[in-house]
Write a protein that binds this ligand. Structure first.
Ligand SMILES: Nc1nc2c(ncn2[C@@H]2O[C@H](COP(=O)(O)OP(=O)(O)OP(=O)(O)O)[C@@H](O)[C@H]2O)c(=O)[nH]1
Ligand SMILES: [Mg+2]
Ligand SMILES: [Zn+2]
Length: 300
Protein backbone atom coordinates (compact mmCIF):
# COMPACT_ATOMS: atom_id res chain seq x y z
CA UNK A 1 0.00 0.00 0.00
CA UNK A 2 3.05 2.21 0.31
CA UNK A 3 4.16 2.13 -3.30
CA UNK A 4 1.20 2.91 -5.52
CA UNK A 5 1.52 4.63 -8.87
CA UNK A 6 0.49 8.27 -9.09
CA UNK A 7 -2.87 7.33 -10.72
CA UNK A 8 -3.67 4.57 -8.21
CA UNK A 9 -5.43 4.78 -4.84
CA UNK A 10 -7.39 2.71 -2.32
CA UNK A 11 -11.14 3.15 -1.82
CA UNK A 12 -11.68 3.82 1.87
CA UNK A 13 -15.41 4.57 1.76
CA UNK A 14 -18.36 4.41 -0.60
CA UNK A 15 -21.63 6.21 0.04
CA UNK A 16 -24.42 6.56 -2.52
CA UNK A 17 -22.18 5.86 -5.50
CA UNK A 18 -19.44 8.28 -4.44
CA UNK A 19 -16.12 6.90 -3.34
CA UNK A 20 -13.37 8.35 -1.17
CA UNK A 21 -9.92 7.53 -2.52
CA UNK A 22 -6.78 7.54 -0.39
CA UNK A 23 -3.07 7.04 -0.99
CA UNK A 24 -0.22 7.34 1.48
CA UNK A 25 2.60 8.05 -0.91
CA UNK A 26 2.53 10.46 -2.64
CA UNK A 27 -0.23 11.70 -0.31
CA UNK A 28 -3.67 11.92 -1.89
CA UNK A 29 -7.32 11.95 -0.90
CA UNK A 30 -10.31 12.74 -3.11
CA UNK A 31 -13.89 11.92 -4.06
CA UNK A 32 -14.59 9.95 -7.22
CA UNK A 33 -17.39 8.31 -9.17
CA UNK A 34 -16.93 5.30 -11.43
CA UNK A 35 -16.68 6.03 -15.13
CA UNK A 36 -19.95 5.35 -16.96
CA UNK A 37 -18.83 2.29 -18.90
CA UNK A 38 -18.01 0.06 -15.99
CA UNK A 39 -20.92 1.32 -13.95
CA UNK A 40 -23.03 -0.74 -16.37
CA UNK A 41 -20.94 -3.87 -16.13
CA UNK A 42 -22.12 -4.88 -12.69
CA UNK A 43 -18.69 -4.19 -11.31
CA UNK A 44 -19.36 -2.25 -8.14
CA UNK A 45 -16.31 -0.72 -6.47
CA UNK A 46 -15.83 -1.75 -2.83
CA UNK A 47 -13.94 -0.34 0.15
CA UNK A 48 -10.48 -1.91 -0.04
CA UNK A 49 -10.40 -1.82 -3.83
CA UNK A 50 -7.23 -0.65 -5.47
CA UNK A 51 -8.26 1.55 -8.40
CA UNK A 52 -6.89 3.70 -11.17
CA UNK A 53 -8.35 7.17 -11.32
CA UNK A 54 -8.22 10.32 -13.45
CA UNK A 55 -9.24 13.95 -13.08
CA UNK A 56 -12.91 14.43 -13.99
CA UNK A 57 -13.12 18.17 -14.66
CA UNK A 58 -16.16 18.35 -12.34
CA UNK A 59 -15.38 20.60 -9.35
CA UNK A 60 -17.94 18.80 -7.13
CA UNK A 61 -16.60 15.32 -7.78
CA UNK A 62 -13.05 15.93 -9.00
CA UNK A 63 -12.07 12.35 -9.93
CA UNK A 64 -13.33 9.36 -11.89
CA UNK A 65 -12.47 5.75 -11.22
CA UNK A 66 -11.20 4.30 -14.49
CA UNK A 67 -10.50 0.76 -13.45
CA UNK A 68 -10.66 -1.62 -10.49
CA UNK A 69 -7.45 -3.64 -10.20
CA UNK A 70 -7.78 -7.42 -9.69
CA UNK A 71 -9.01 -8.36 -6.20
CA UNK A 72 -7.25 -10.70 -3.81
CA UNK A 73 -10.64 -11.48 -2.27
CA UNK A 74 -14.16 -10.11 -2.14
CA UNK A 75 -16.51 -10.18 0.83
CA UNK A 76 -20.26 -9.93 0.39
CA UNK A 77 -21.22 -9.16 3.95
CA UNK A 78 -19.79 -6.76 4.99
CA UNK A 79 -19.02 -5.63 1.44
CA UNK A 80 -15.29 -5.03 1.09
CA UNK A 81 -12.32 -6.20 -0.96
CA UNK A 82 -8.67 -7.14 -0.53
CA UNK A 83 -8.85 -7.85 3.17
CA UNK A 84 -5.45 -9.02 4.43
CA UNK A 85 -6.16 -9.63 8.10
CA UNK A 86 -9.31 -10.29 10.14
CA UNK A 87 -8.94 -9.23 13.77
CA UNK A 88 -11.28 -11.71 15.43
CA UNK A 89 -12.01 -9.98 18.69
CA UNK A 90 -12.95 -12.11 21.69
CA UNK A 91 -13.54 -10.88 25.21
CA UNK A 92 -12.66 -13.17 28.10
CA UNK A 93 -15.86 -12.11 29.91
CA UNK A 94 -18.77 -9.72 29.38
CA UNK A 95 -19.80 -11.08 26.91
CA UNK A 96 -18.36 -14.61 27.29
CA UNK A 97 -16.84 -16.02 24.09
CA UNK A 98 -19.12 -17.43 21.42
CA UNK A 99 -16.84 -20.24 20.25
CA UNK A 100 -19.06 -21.13 17.31
CA UNK A 101 -18.80 -17.58 16.01
CA UNK A 102 -15.01 -17.62 16.46
CA UNK A 103 -14.75 -20.92 14.58
CA UNK A 104 -16.97 -19.68 11.74
CA UNK A 105 -14.89 -16.51 11.46
CA UNK A 106 -11.54 -18.32 11.51
CA UNK A 107 -12.74 -20.83 8.89
CA UNK A 108 -14.14 -18.05 6.74
CA UNK A 109 -10.86 -16.15 6.90
CA UNK A 110 -8.76 -19.21 6.09
CA UNK A 111 -10.92 -20.12 3.10
CA UNK A 112 -10.81 -16.59 1.67
CA UNK A 113 -7.05 -16.42 2.27
CA UNK A 114 -7.37 -13.72 4.91
CA UNK A 115 -5.04 -14.06 7.91
CA UNK A 116 -6.93 -14.68 11.14
CA UNK A 117 -5.56 -12.90 14.21
CA UNK A 118 -7.22 -13.63 17.56
CA UNK A 119 -7.51 -10.48 19.64
CA UNK A 120 -8.41 -11.35 23.23
CA UNK A 121 -9.73 -8.42 25.25
CA UNK A 122 -10.67 -7.59 28.87
CA UNK A 123 -7.70 -9.47 30.31
CA UNK A 124 -7.84 -6.85 33.09
CA UNK A 125 -11.24 -8.22 34.10
CA UNK A 126 -10.39 -11.90 33.80
CA UNK A 127 -7.01 -13.26 32.82
CA UNK A 128 -7.93 -16.83 33.79
CA UNK A 129 -10.67 -17.07 31.16
CA UNK A 130 -8.08 -16.33 28.49
CA UNK A 131 -6.42 -19.70 29.12
CA UNK A 132 -9.42 -21.66 27.85
CA UNK A 133 -9.54 -19.53 24.69
CA UNK A 134 -5.83 -19.93 24.04
CA UNK A 135 -6.13 -23.71 24.59
CA UNK A 136 -8.92 -24.01 22.05
CA UNK A 137 -6.80 -22.46 19.31
CA UNK A 138 -3.22 -23.40 20.15
CA UNK A 139 -3.10 -26.20 17.55
CA UNK A 140 -4.61 -23.99 14.85
CA UNK A 141 -1.64 -21.64 15.01
CA UNK A 142 -3.41 -18.30 14.71
CA UNK A 143 -1.46 -15.38 16.22
CA UNK A 144 -3.03 -14.45 19.56
CA UNK A 145 -2.88 -11.00 21.20
CA UNK A 146 -3.87 -10.59 24.83
CA UNK A 147 -5.20 -7.14 25.56
CA UNK A 148 -6.65 -5.36 28.53
CA UNK A 149 -6.95 -1.82 29.70
CA UNK A 150 -4.05 -2.42 32.11
CA UNK A 151 -1.57 -3.71 29.55
CA UNK A 152 -0.10 -2.47 26.32
CA UNK A 153 2.66 -4.83 25.21
CA UNK A 154 0.53 -6.95 22.88
CA UNK A 155 -1.14 -3.81 21.54
CA UNK A 156 2.25 -2.54 20.38
CA UNK A 157 2.92 -5.91 18.77
CA UNK A 158 -0.47 -5.89 17.07
CA UNK A 159 0.19 -2.39 15.75
CA UNK A 160 3.43 -3.46 14.18
CA UNK A 161 2.03 -6.76 12.84
CA UNK A 162 -0.71 -5.00 10.85
CA UNK A 163 1.56 -2.38 9.27
CA UNK A 164 0.82 -1.83 5.61
CA UNK A 165 -2.17 -4.21 5.63
CA UNK A 166 -5.92 -3.90 5.11
CA UNK A 167 -7.44 -5.01 8.38
CA UNK A 168 -10.96 -5.41 9.79
CA UNK A 169 -12.25 -6.00 13.29
CA UNK A 170 -14.89 -8.70 13.70
CA UNK A 171 -16.66 -10.25 16.67
CA UNK A 172 -19.64 -10.12 19.01
CA UNK A 173 -21.15 -6.87 20.18
CA UNK A 174 -19.41 -5.43 23.24
CA UNK A 175 -16.10 -7.29 22.89
CA UNK A 176 -14.08 -4.11 22.36
CA UNK A 177 -13.74 -3.71 18.58
CA UNK A 178 -14.31 0.05 18.61
CA UNK A 179 -12.28 0.48 21.79
CA UNK A 180 -9.19 -1.16 20.34
CA UNK A 181 -9.67 0.41 16.94
CA UNK A 182 -9.34 3.71 18.75
CA UNK A 183 -6.41 2.51 20.81
CA UNK A 184 -4.57 1.53 17.63
CA UNK A 185 -4.84 5.17 16.66
CA UNK A 186 -3.91 6.44 20.07
CA UNK A 187 -0.43 6.17 21.48
CA UNK A 188 -1.45 6.60 25.06
CA UNK A 189 -3.30 3.71 26.67
CA UNK A 190 -4.01 5.91 29.69
CA UNK A 191 -6.32 8.07 27.61
CA UNK A 192 -8.90 5.30 27.49
CA UNK A 193 -11.38 7.29 29.59
CA UNK A 194 -11.34 10.26 27.25
CA UNK A 195 -10.99 8.67 23.87
CA UNK A 196 -11.40 10.90 20.90
CA UNK A 197 -13.99 10.03 18.34
CA UNK A 198 -11.79 10.05 15.30
CA UNK A 199 -12.39 6.43 14.41
CA UNK A 200 -16.07 6.21 15.22
CA UNK A 201 -16.04 4.87 18.74
CA UNK A 202 -19.18 4.10 20.65
CA UNK A 203 -22.51 2.85 19.41
CA UNK A 204 -22.38 2.22 15.72
CA UNK A 205 -24.81 4.42 13.88
CA UNK A 206 -23.31 4.14 10.45
CA UNK A 207 -23.94 1.11 8.30
CA UNK A 208 -21.24 1.99 5.79
CA UNK A 209 -17.92 0.25 5.88
CA UNK A 210 -15.11 2.70 6.30
CA UNK A 211 -11.39 2.06 6.26
CA UNK A 212 -9.39 4.35 8.53
CA UNK A 213 -5.85 5.04 7.31
CA UNK A 214 -3.41 4.52 10.16
CA UNK A 215 0.37 4.09 10.09
CA UNK A 216 0.45 2.71 6.54
CA UNK A 217 -2.49 0.38 7.33
CA UNK A 218 -6.20 0.58 6.62
CA UNK A 219 -8.39 -0.48 9.54
CA UNK A 220 -12.15 -1.07 9.55
CA UNK A 221 -14.62 -1.46 12.40
CA UNK A 222 -17.07 -3.93 10.91
CA UNK A 223 -20.12 -4.82 12.99
CA UNK A 224 -21.45 -6.76 9.97
CA UNK A 225 -19.42 -9.86 10.78
CA UNK A 226 -21.53 -10.80 13.80
CA UNK A 227 -24.11 -12.71 11.79
CA UNK A 228 -21.70 -14.41 9.45
CA UNK A 229 -23.24 -17.41 7.70
CA UNK A 230 -20.93 -19.88 5.99
CA UNK A 231 -23.80 -21.12 3.81
CA UNK A 232 -24.53 -17.56 2.63
CA UNK A 233 -20.86 -17.23 1.76
CA UNK A 234 -21.30 -20.41 -0.36
CA UNK A 235 -18.76 -22.32 1.70
CA UNK A 236 -19.24 -26.10 1.43
CA UNK A 237 -18.63 -28.82 4.02
CA UNK A 238 -15.46 -29.90 2.23
CA UNK A 239 -14.17 -26.34 2.25
CA UNK A 240 -15.01 -26.02 5.94
CA UNK A 241 -12.45 -28.71 6.78
CA UNK A 242 -9.89 -26.70 4.80
CA UNK A 243 -10.68 -23.76 7.06
CA UNK A 244 -9.23 -25.56 10.12
CA UNK A 245 -5.42 -25.56 9.88
CA UNK A 246 -5.05 -28.35 12.43
CA UNK A 247 -7.60 -30.58 10.62
CA UNK A 248 -6.15 -29.83 7.22
CA UNK A 249 -2.73 -30.97 8.40
CA UNK A 250 -4.04 -34.26 9.84
CA UNK A 251 -6.51 -35.03 7.03
CA UNK A 252 -3.77 -36.04 4.59
CA UNK A 253 -3.44 -39.25 6.66
CA UNK A 254 -7.16 -40.17 6.62
CA UNK A 255 -8.01 -43.49 4.92
CA UNK A 256 -10.63 -41.91 2.66
CA UNK A 257 -9.96 -38.90 0.44
CA UNK A 258 -13.43 -37.54 1.09
CA UNK A 259 -13.33 -38.23 4.83
CA UNK A 260 -15.65 -35.85 6.71
CA UNK A 261 -13.88 -36.54 10.05
CA UNK A 262 -17.19 -37.30 11.72
CA UNK A 263 -17.32 -41.10 12.07
CA UNK A 264 -15.22 -42.72 9.33
CA UNK A 265 -12.83 -45.58 10.08
CA UNK A 266 -9.15 -44.74 9.66
CA UNK A 267 -9.77 -41.03 10.26
CA UNK A 268 -6.53 -39.40 11.34
CA UNK A 269 -8.41 -36.42 12.77
CA UNK A 270 -10.63 -38.56 15.02
CA UNK A 271 -7.62 -40.61 16.08
CA UNK A 272 -5.42 -37.59 16.78
CA UNK A 273 -6.23 -36.82 20.40
CA UNK A 274 -6.05 -33.59 22.39
CA UNK A 275 -2.33 -33.00 21.76
CA UNK A 276 -3.13 -32.26 18.11
CA UNK A 277 -6.67 -30.87 18.12
CA UNK A 278 -8.72 -29.45 20.97
CA UNK A 279 -11.66 -31.85 21.58
CA UNK A 280 -14.22 -29.04 21.79
CA UNK A 281 -12.98 -27.47 18.60
CA UNK A 282 -13.34 -30.85 16.85
CA UNK A 283 -16.90 -31.22 18.22
CA UNK A 284 -17.83 -27.78 16.93
CA UNK A 285 -16.29 -28.55 13.54
CA UNK A 286 -18.43 -31.70 13.33
CA UNK A 287 -21.57 -29.76 14.21
CA UNK A 288 -20.87 -27.02 11.64
CA UNK A 289 -19.95 -29.66 9.05
CA UNK A 290 -23.23 -31.52 9.49
CA UNK A 291 -25.13 -28.27 9.41
CA UNK A 292 -23.50 -27.29 6.09
CA UNK A 293 -23.78 -30.76 4.53
CA UNK A 294 -27.50 -30.86 5.43
CA UNK A 295 -27.99 -27.39 4.02
CA UNK A 296 -26.54 -28.35 0.63
CA UNK A 297 -28.28 -31.77 0.63
CA UNK A 298 -31.65 -30.08 1.09
CA UNK A 299 -31.01 -27.68 -1.78
CA UNK A 300 -31.32 -30.36 -4.45
N1 LIG B 1 -12.29 -3.55 31.29
C1 LIG B 1 -12.25 -3.53 29.96
N2 LIG B 1 -13.26 -3.01 29.28
C2 LIG B 1 -13.21 -3.00 27.94
C3 LIG B 1 -12.10 -3.54 27.22
N3 LIG B 1 -12.35 -3.41 25.92
C4 LIG B 1 -13.54 -2.81 25.79
N4 LIG B 1 -14.08 -2.55 27.01
C5 LIG B 1 -15.38 -1.93 27.31
O1 LIG B 1 -16.40 -2.77 26.76
C6 LIG B 1 -17.49 -1.99 26.25
C7 LIG B 1 -17.78 -2.38 24.83
O2 LIG B 1 -16.68 -2.03 24.01
P1 LIG B 1 -16.85 -1.59 22.48
O3 LIG B 1 -15.49 -1.25 21.99
O4 LIG B 1 -17.89 -0.57 22.32
O5 LIG B 1 -17.35 -2.95 21.86
P2 LIG B 1 -17.66 -3.28 20.30
O6 LIG B 1 -17.04 -4.60 20.02
O7 LIG B 1 -17.25 -2.15 19.45
O8 LIG B 1 -19.25 -3.47 20.32
P3 LIG B 1 -20.29 -3.18 19.12
O9 LIG B 1 -19.95 -1.87 18.50
O10 LIG B 1 -21.62 -3.22 19.79
O11 LIG B 1 -20.15 -4.34 18.15
C8 LIG B 1 -17.07 -0.54 26.42
O12 LIG B 1 -17.69 -0.05 27.59
C9 LIG B 1 -15.56 -0.60 26.61
O13 LIG B 1 -15.05 0.46 27.37
C10 LIG B 1 -11.03 -4.10 27.99
O14 LIG B 1 -10.01 -4.63 27.49
N5 LIG B 1 -11.16 -4.08 29.35
MG1 LIG C 1 -18.33 -0.89 18.14
ZN1 LIG D 1 -10.78 -37.94 8.58
Amino acid sequence: MDHLQSNQAVIIKGVAGQYTLHRYNPPFEGIAVPRGIFRKTNHTPLPGDLVEYAVSGDPDIPYVIEKILPRKNELKRPPMANLDILLITISTVLPPPDFYLIDRLTAYAEILMIKAFLVLTKLDLSASDAIEIVNNYQHAGFPIYQLGLDRSSDLEKLKSDIKGQIVAFAGQSGVGKSTYLNLLFDDDLMKIGELSNKAGRGKQTTRHIQLFPNEASYVADTPGFQNISLADAKITGTQLAQGYPEIKKLATECMFNDCTHISEPGCAVLDAGPELIHPKRLKRYQFLRQELDNYYANMY
